[in-house]
Ligand binder design. Structure first.
Ligand SMILES: C[S@@+](CC[C@H](N)C(=O)[O-])C[C@H]1O[C@@H](n2cnc3c(N)ncnc32)[C@H](O)[C@@H]1O
Length: 229
């Protein structure tokens, strides 16, 4: 049985598959990596939540050549893919198997940056709020949390519009959505996205400042905030 967020039965098809069903996947990652204030040559200590096959991890380690990343995920098969991909970065990348918000983040004042991509929307409201509190604790003063994720609209016609946009995207890749999902053994039965506004409010309530949305394409958004200095 699949774990929340694995999307495909077989993790080895995740990389080509996710680009076919998540519009502007690379642009979303770019927005995450462009958002923190850190300079390219800063020795940034990063926690990544839901690293999956290590796509964002790879881009992050490349973008910040002196960074180190502690990348966590609850899926062993996704982490196996990530391990192969990240080998080239040696001890700059550490992978760990476990589930947030129960297992992570455990540290206090440790990370300069916490990032996540397409993972937090698998948590329910209480878990998201618990996670935001734990992320806040784990950041060093001045550190940022940036999340690129699926969001929900509080308006049915915008939810319909987002669904149609995704169907069109999949079609532009040469598939009918249903055929794609069947043939690639894909589904995500565990989605529980929250509205962008709610998540920004929860971040503010947690204590984050400079809370903001940075990028949005229909029901995909990049947002975050800073722990005060
Ligand atoms: C859709 S994938 C995204 C992977 C990667 N971040 C990317 O941008 O392609 C979501 C990942 O989050 C992981 N995940 C979802 N919920 C999780 C949780 N509560 N704890 C740990 N990992 C989780 C899944 O196993 C999966 O690898």
């Amino acid at each position: 049985m699949k774990k929340p967020g694995e999307v495909f039965e077989d993790a080895s098809v995740y990389d080509p598959g996710i680009e076919a069903i998540v519009p502007r996947y690379d642009e979303l990652h770019d927005a995450i990596l462009n958002s923190p204030p850190n300079d390219r040559n800063d020795p940034v200590n990063v926690l990544e939540l839901g690293a999956g096959t290590g796509e964002l991890t790879t881009k992050l380690l490349t973008r910040f050549p002196k960074s180190t990343v502690f990348a966590v995920d609850h899926s062993e098969q996704m982490l196996d893919e990530a391990e192969r991909k990240l080998e080239t970065f040696g001890d700059r990348a550490t992978l760990d198997c476990g589930a947030f918000p129960d297992d992570y983040p455990a540290a206090e004042d440790e990370y300069d940056l916490v990032v996540s991509s397409l993972a937090v929307h698998h948590l329910d409201v209480t878990q998201k709020q618990t996670l935001f509190d734990a992320i806040y604790e784990s950041l060093t003063p001045g550190g940022w949390f940036i999340n690129g994720d699926v969001i929900r609209f509080d308006a049915p016609h915008l939810e319909t519009l987002s669904g149609e946009m995704i169907e069109n995207w999949v079609r532009s890749k040469g598939w009918q959505e249903e055929d794609f999902m069947d043939e690639w053994q894909a589904s995500d039965d565990y989605d529980d996205p929250s509205t962008l506004t709610d998540q920004l409010v929860w971040l503010r309530e947690t204590g984050f400042e400079s809370v903001t949305s940075i990028w949005q394409y229909y029901n995909f958004a990049v947002y975050g905030g800073k722990k005060p200095e």
